[in-house]
Design a protein around this ligand. Structure first.
Ligand SMILES: [Zn+2]
Ligand SMILES: [Zn+2]
Ligand SMILES: [Zn+2]
Length: 755
């Protein structure tokens, strides 16, 4: 229709960000009616399209109000505006979900909003104490979706027929439950139930669970993205029992507290951390534990930090209100298996762990572990991006020529589906070394493709031939005749950071992590690249050392200490005095003589070595434990010393830390000060290499990626050093620096490769 109505203007607004499934369309509808505008609003791919028509002044006022009054759970990143011919439309309407380019849009799961919480607590409200209260601003989304497009019939709420009341609210375009797909009430919604092994429990499930927890029992609680295990956080005996039954040694448990005041009683929480705790995604936030916190030491052994979250579902809210206690709330699984989310599966998996179950009959379609964040130098950083964020899309710097699946890495696996310039990242899948995790990977990927309604034509994999994700992709590529793209691990890290920061390049890319297969067959992990996604050259790396015992070295950091001691011509016995002499000598002999031994430039393994050398930790029972212990030591020191180091010329440059190791071993200072000095030394060496390379290659941006940039002390030192030399740091904002962000870089590289 190409009519232009005189005196009227029509504008098309494309709103980008988190704008779907968060009550955005009813909000726009209300705003348009308020300003007397005609037109329509609809979801369009990952964005919301608004067409508004009326007098110019009203259109302008609408535009201002759109930004100022957007719903709580939304985040507007960009509004594209253009004028289109007016057609004389007076009414404003909401177009229900449509598929665009075959792509559905699904919102992440959102913590219960203030308005729903008020109704939950209001005895006069018909949803008083309703454990499944939601509205367009809050509630489950991705975890209940079974297909595309998003509507009630394609969610796990399809089995619950709406009562008359709920139906009326669902259809009221002006209400706050218009098209709120999970809408329910006491009359028509899901029900909570207790299972304690005895026959039927008639009591109020919330009161019963609260009593069980108070009495020191372990409870399995069905949440929004899976089952959790819960117990009192102040009772060392029950926390130890939970560790034993769950077969989990030292890895910290997260804690849920009733409110911010309770959080302040156990931890030092700054404004940035507070903002993260109360945000719509309600992640676990790493905060510094108070010395006098009433939290059992076995919750997070040896750690200065606590992972804390606030209640994010009505069930949590009701339970924590009844308890008025902090509880351990950890994934419902044994050891490192994926979190249980299927009811039958959970009953089997958690049978020997939980004493009682608090369950309900709203099925979970997709598993979503809690997200984990921390503040590093004043900015939020993801450690795990999952519930509350997945599957929100992230914009790629350029479009993919065809629908693509990036399968991610092996540890902390997250995969992504890329369509056009959109990357849809999965929730956290986990470490694929576990047989059940490999199965979970396949199932989640299958569900994700159905949910988005995408058929992939291309797969991107890590260059490592033995990764479970790589094997899966190869088989699938063969079966379905799909093309496959192989990407070196650290190049994917670099590209992930570029995509994350929206920087096309060129830049330097500092990629410091555990391990990844390098181009030359050695194990990389302390690399600096220069270039952009089209062309990356490895221009510096940590000087290589022997990796004695391969993967065992990651669990037994003392092996790396021996490797560094030998490389630095130090007395091995003096360096690792706590290690049994025969083991120590065997490893030292291997390092000295075996010409076939693997060598590595891994920064992660260097941190492990230093943790052992300063006496912080010789072994790790979980990934990153030694490095965390070393960081905790360093964080407790304000020493400003730096050890010597060398940067050896050549292409690539080599960062040689043998002088550092010798100085550190001979240093009589406290372990804290030595740990602090080491962090500053490594950061200084990295910055010096970057300064040299920036000059030679004429670049001013430095991308920081890899698991080592979860370390706040190291990251802060690097950031300060780069700033001192007028270099611009690019940090991860939307995905974690660890392998959980790898898939984003894999997609970007695939897009660039075929541009
Ligand atoms: Zn709500
Ligand atoms: Zn109802
Ligand atoms: Zn990595």
């Amino acid at each position: 229709m190409m009519i232009d109505v005189p005196g009227r203007t029509r504008r098309l607004l494309e709103v980008d960000g988190i704008v779907q499934g968060v009550g955005f369309r009813p909000f726009v509808h209300g705003l348009a009616v308020e300003h007397g505008l005609g037109g329509l609003v609809r979801n369009h791919g990952g964005t919301v399209w608004v067409e508004i028509e009326g007098e110019t002044a009203s259109l302008d006022a609408f535009g201002v109000a759109l930004l100022a009054r957007a719903p709580r759970a939304s985040r507007i990143e960009h509004v594209g505006t253009r004028e289109v011919p007016a057609i004389g439309e007076q009414e404003f309407r909401i177009e229900t979900s449509v598929l665009v380019d075959g792509l559905a849009s699904i919102a992440p799961d959102i913590a219960t909003c203030e308005t729903c919480l008020r109704e939950l607590a209001d005895p006069r409200d018909r949803r008083h104490r309703h454990p499944f209260i939601t509205c367009t601003d809050c509630g489950p989304r991705m975890t209940i979706v079974t297909g595309a497009p998003y509507d009630r019939a394609r969610t796990t709420m399809s089995g619950f027929a709406m009562c008359e009341h709920c139906r009326a609210e669902y259809e009221d375009t002006r209400g706050r439950r218009y098209h709120a797909q999970p809408i329910a009430c006491h009359a028509c919604g899901p029900r909570l139930r207790m299972i304690d092994g005895s026959d039927g429990v008639d009591a109020d499930p919330i009161a019963f669970t609260a009593n069980a927890i108070r009495a020191g029992r372990i409870v399995a609680i069905k949440g929004v993205g899976g089952y959790h295990l819960a117990c009192r956080a102040d009772d060392d005996a029950v926390v130890r029992t939970l560790r034993q039954r769950k077969e989990r040694d030292d890895k910290p448990f997260a804690v849920m507290v009733p409110d911010l005041a309770a959080c302040d009683r156990i931890a030092h929480v700054d404004d940035d951390e507070r903002a993260m705790l109360v945000c719509a995604a309600a992640p676990i936030v790493l905060v510094r534990r108070r010395a006098d916190a009433a939290i059992a030491s076995s919750v997070a052994p040896e750690s200065e930090h606590l992972g804390v979250m606030l209640p994010y579902t009505p069930v949590h809210r009701l339970l924590l209100d009844a308890l008025e206690l902090a509880i351990v709330l950890t994934s419902g699984n044994r050891s490192d298996e994926p979190m249980a989310f299927d009811d039958d599966d959970a009953r089997v998996q958690l049978a020997g762990i939980a004493d009682v179950f608090l369950v309900h009959d709203r099925p979970i379609a997709t598993r979503a572990d809690d997200s984990v964040m921390r503040v590093i130098r004043g900015s939020p950083a993801f450690l795990r991006r999952s519930r509350g964020y997945a599957p929100t899309s992230i914009r790629l710097p350029m479009s993919l020529p065809r629908p693509t699946i990036a399968v991610g890495g092996h540890d902390k696996n997250v995969f992504a589906i890329g369509v056009g310039d959109r990357a849809f990242l999965s929730p956290h899948v986990g470490d694929l070394g576990h047989a059940n995790a490999a199965r979970a990977f396949r199932e989640t990927l299958d569900r994700f493709e159905r949910m988005l309604g995408v058929r992939a034509e291309q797969l991107v994999v890590d260059a490592h031939p033995d990764f479970e994700s790589t094997l899966y992709a190869e088989q699938r590529a063969g079966d379905e005749g799909l093309r496959i793209v192989r990407v070196q691990h650290h190049r994917a890290h670099f590209a992930a950071c570029l995509a994350d920061a929206g920087h096309a390049g060129p830049a330097l890319g500092v990629c410091f992590d555990g391990t990844g297969l390098g181009d030359d067959g050695t194990v990389w992990g302390g690399e600096i690249f220069v270039g952009d996604a089209a062309n990356m050259e490895r221009v510096a790396h940590l000087e290589t050392v022997c990796l004695p015992g391969g993967d065992r070295a990651a669990r037994e950091g003392w092996r790396m200490a021996v490797a560094y001691a030998v490389a630095s011509e130090l007395d091995v016995e003096r360096c690792v005095p706590r290690i049994d002499a025969s083991m120590r000598d065997a490893v030292a002999a291997l390092v000295k003589s075996d010409p076939r031994a693997t060598i590595t430039s891994s920064a992660g393994r260097l941190f492990d070595a230093i943790a052992s050398l300063v006496g912080a930790r010789d072994r790790s029972s979980y990934d990153g434990q030694a490095a965390c212990a070393l960081e905790a030591l360093a964080a407790a020191s304000d020493d400003e010393g730096v050890y010597p180091f060398r940067i050896r010329s050549g292409t690539p440059l080599r960062i040689d830390l043998r002088a550092t190791i010798r100085a550190l071993v001979g240093d009589a200072a406290s372990p804290r000060d030595r740990a602090r000095r080491f962090h500053r030394t490594l950061a200084t060496a990295v910055v010096e290499a970057c300064v040299r390379l920036a000059r030679t290659h004429d670049v001013e941006h430095v991308a920081l990626s890899g698991g080592c940039f979860q370390n706040a002390v190291f990251t802060s030192d690097v950031l300060a050093g780069l700033a001192d030399h007028d270099l611009i740091a690019l940090r991860h904002r939307q995905v974690p620096p660890n392998d959980g962000g790898l898939c984003l870089g894999q997609l970007f590289l695939a897009a660039r490769m075929h541009a």
